[in-house]
Design a protein around this ligand. Structure first.
Ligand code: JEH
Length: 239
């Protein structure tokens, strides 16, 4: 998998050389390339923004540098196998399902906007050339797309076959299909007693059936309390 990042702050992506992502890069599972959008400007100030047409607050990212960067980094021929991700506050929700879909893609280009956003023609042009995902991490406001691109990267790359040491741990996670969309149960490890707080006895019983039931009940309880949106009527009826 090749990952490209276009940003006026390419240094954000230095972190991808650390920890698991670093290992994936070393193992050749993932190739990471960060690019400074200003390298495709031609004025002395390396200008990437301008005032919004029609007025309004803030600045908008000019289309020209993006187009020239696309030409050099991706190419000038349409190729639907290239997936271009635009993090955006007005994007579709980024979900585990989208992460799963992207984990089997060979090439992803992340376009990280700043200011009030990117001239919409850039996204329209990208849609005419590649497979585009305009996605939002959630209903809160970031200053740009870089942090979102990092989060999306981690969610996607950890699903790439061969990346995680223990693929079984992926199967038991929240939001993965295998858990009926329920939140994960509480986790415990040694010591059994810690600052007057004990591990639930059932988990030390060695009775696998009771343990499985306790975990399921806890997942249902937590999901009903914290994420009623995840419990549809069918799921509620089943539990
Ligand atoms: C009326 C008019 C003046 N308002 C102007 C501000 N608009 C919202 C607005 C707010 C901040 C930014 C900053 N920004 C630039 C690129 C960019 C990419 C992603 C995100 C982002 N924020 N939150 C997420 N979950 C995101 C994701 N993924 C934020 C970004 C861009 C846009 C709302 C309308």
């Amino acid at each position: 998998m090749r990952l490209d990042y276009l940003s006026i702050f390419p240094g954000y992506f230095d972190v991808l050389g650390i920890s698991l992502l670093g290992k994936a890069a070393v193992n050749g599972l993932v190739d990471v390339y960060a690019h400074d959008l200003r390298d495709w400007t031609h004025d002395r100030h390396r200008t990437v923004d301008d005032t919004p047409c029609g007025g309004g607050a803030g600045m908008v990212m000019k289309p020209d540098p993006w187009g020239e960067a696309f030409d050099e980094i991706i190419g000038t021929e349409p190729d639907p196998s290239v997936h271009v991700v635009f993090p955006s506050p007005s994007g579709e929700p980024f979900t585990q399902s989208v992460a799963h879909d992207l984990s089997s893609v060979e090439r992803i280009v992340f376009c990280c906007g700043r200011y009030e956003g990117i001239d919409h023609r850039v996204i329209d042009y990208a849609r005419s050339m590649w497979t585009v995902h305009e996605v939002s991490l959630g209903d809160y406001v970031l200053n740009g797309g870089e942090v979102a691109a990092l989060a999306i990267t981690e969610a996607v790359v950890r699903l790439v076959p061969g990346f995680m040491g223990n693929p079984q741990s992926l199967a038991e996670e929240s939001f993965s299909a295998g858990q009926d969309g329920l939140l994960e149960y509480p986790l415990f490890t040694r010591p059994v007693s810690w600052r007057g707080l004990d591990v639930p006895e059932v988990l030390m019983s060695g009775h696998h059936g009771r343990i499985a039931k306790w975990r399921r009940d806890e997942s249902i309880r937590l999901t009903r309390e914290r994420r009623p949106d995840l419990t549809d009527s069918d799921v509620s009826a089943r539990h």
